[in-house]
Design a protein around this ligand. Structure first.
Ligand code: FES
Length: 85
């Protein structure tokens, strides 16, 4: 079994076991990365590396991780609204 795939496949497209693998070196899945991006204060690939381990191997996934940051990290930003007038 490769990456938990019951067919022994390493295609990365299977939606089981946390979705596609984003970082193959560190075995970090899309679900794990998106959860981290939406629950932690992550602003950079460096933050992703520090907090999830993704991207800590060959660096081939850094561009992909950056695209996830661009798509998901903004959802974790909380805006402070001033109620005083
Ligand atoms: S695939 Fe992510 S560090 Fe190698």
């Amino acid at each position: 079994m490769v990456n938990g795939c019951p067919r022994g496949s390493d295609c990365g497209g299977c939606q089981m076991y946390g979705g596609p693998t984003v970082c193959h070196c560190m075995q970090v899945t899309e679900d794990q990365l998106v959860e981290a991006l939406t629950t932690m204060n992550i602003r950079s690939v460096r933050d992703v590396r520090r907090l999830t381990g993704a991207g800590d191997g060959c660096n081939a996934c850094h561009r992909k991780i950056q695209s996830y940051i661009d798509s998901h990290a903004s959802t974790s930003i909380s805006l402070t609204v001033c109620a005083a007038e």
